[in-house]
Design a protein around this ligand. Structure first.
Ligand SMILES: [Zn+2]
Length: 105
C-alpha cells in the first residue's frame, strides 16, 4: 500500500544529482550542481508536459513528467505523472501514482 508523505518544504530543495536536501541556494552544497538550472529545467519540462497533454500527445507528456519527477520528486510531479499515465491508458500506474508520491510508477 502506498505511503503518504508530507509535501516538500518550499524553503528547501533536494539536489536532483546527489539528493542532498538543503536550503535554497544557487548551487548544491555537496556536489555543486547548479540548482537554478535544475529548477529552470523542471519548469521547462512541466510546461512541455502540459503542452503535450493539451495536444493529445500522452507518451511525450509522460516522458516530460518523468523528467519533472527526476528533477523534483514532489507531489506536483507525481500528479503530472499520474495524469500522463492516465492519458496513456496505463490505469495501474495512474492509480498507484495517484495514491501518493512515495510510490514508483
Ligand atoms: Zn548535489
Amino acid at each position: 500500500m502506498a505511503e503518504f508523505t508530507a509535501p516538500p518544504d518550499p524553503a528547501t530543495v533536494r539536489c536532483p544529482t546527489c539528493r542532498a536536501e538543503q536550503e535554497w541556494a544557487d548551487t548544491c552544497r555537496r556536489c555543486k550542481c547548479d540548482l537554478r538550472e535544475a529548477a529552470a529545467s523542471y519548469l521547462q519540462s512541466r510546461r512541455a508536459c502540459l503542452l503535450h497533454l493539451h495536444a493529445d500527445r500522452p507518451r511525450a507528456a509522460r516522458l516530460a513528467a518523468r523528467r519533472c519527477r527526476d528533477l523534483a520528486a514532489s507531489a506536483e510531479s507525481h500528479r503530472l505523472l499520474a495524469v500522463a499515465a492516465l492519458r496513456c491508458r496505463d490505469w495501474a500506474a495512474a492509480t498507484v501514482l495517484a495514491l501518493g508520491p512515495t510510490v514508483e510508477e
